[in-house]
Ligand binder design. Sequence first.
Ligand SMILES: Nc1ncnc2c1ncn2[C@@H]1O[C@H](COP(=O)(O)OP(=O)(O)OP(=O)(O)O)[C@@H](O)[C@H]1O
Ligand SMILES: [Mg+2]
Length: 386
Amino acid sequence: MIRQIRNAPQSVQNVVTYDAVIDVDNPDLKLRPGMTANVTFTYAEKDDALKFPNAALRFRPPAEIAAAAPRPERDRRLVWVLRDGKPKPVAIRTGLSDGSVTEVAEGTCARATRSSPRRSAPPGTTCRPLSGGRCSGPAMAGAPLLRLEDVTKIYRAGEVEVRALAGVSLVVETGEFVAIMGASGSGKSTLMHLIGCLDRPTSGRYLLEGREVSGLNRNALAEVRNRTMGFVFQSFNLLARTSAVENVELPLVYAGVPAAERKRRAAEALRQVGLGDRLEHQPGQMSGGQQQRVAIARALVGAPRLLLADEPTGNLDSRTSGEVMALLRGLSEAGLTVVLVTHAPDIATWTSRVLQLKDGLVVSDERQAPVPVGQPAPAGAIEVRS
Ligand SMILES: Nc1ncnc2c1ncn2[C@@H]1O[C@H](COP(=O)(O)OP(=O)(O)OP(=O)(O)O)[C@@H](O)[C@H]1O
Ligand SMILES: [Mg+2]
């Protein structure tokens, strides 16, 4: 509890610092005279907040475009969203902030909350603030994030044909946390590859956010992948002798993001997975769970709308698996759609929907209340604080 805030604050480079006297419970005397402690005051919390990374709020287009923007009303500020390839100003009212993300109390669409202006909302899109971060609007026309219609995949190896998927129809909505299960060879990875635009179906339709992607060529698929998806694999696929922050930066290197911005976003993603104090550690200096969290940060750094994970806990012990699943759960609760493949029933209990595949068909599709999180996910991943 704050007992007193002293007068005469100090200002250094526009940061105003007040001295305060606080009361702290210290029953087992862990805090002793002379020790230094960090204290975080949470003065407000909100569930289901619609959030922007602060970087998106700071973004400015080239001067001539910025100069043409209208002045926002007094309690609003401008953010820039890409529409038809051009940055357009949108006035929003901001709410709570924790220094890395800010609540959008009124204004634009949840899709713009995915960090970079490149991910911004389509024209005419509106949103319901504070309603679980979901969008509605003409461009989306109520389309689910994924829709598969009677999708098949037949592999041909010489004379032999393998029907890996035999007609899968499936709808996944934004924010769902889905586990795909089934025996070895039942088609789980094939389905993930199709969902992840790593491969194309032999027949059937695949609509991503209402747009058919099944017929796109390789380059177009790669573009959709980069814009929409993050991938996590069983073997973490990190570069050895390369720091966590450099590993996480990699997708941004390929995307041509400038170095300083890359570093900042990679560090932010690592903080989001609870590894803010391991930025310079190399994979060999981290536990398996920490390495998988670095891989998750790398998947998150491009601000995907869909996170795909093929056996993300396959190489981890059960306690560490729990940590990784709690993290994925927190991300899903924050509005990210997560689809994972697992063999382990206890891993599937973390999710809210379980699909069972058999011989390339979905033989069961059940929604469930996920188990309570024994261990909370990192705060930054799930709530807006200040
Ligand atoms: N590139 C390929 N060429 C030929 N057949 C393939 C190919 N990839 C997968 N298959 C076959 O398709 C079927 C489904 O494979 P898939 O990898 O999707 O199974 P899975 O459910 O992920 O299995 P696991 O649990 O062992 O990873 C299997 O019979 C497999 O042998
Ligand atoms: Mg597989």
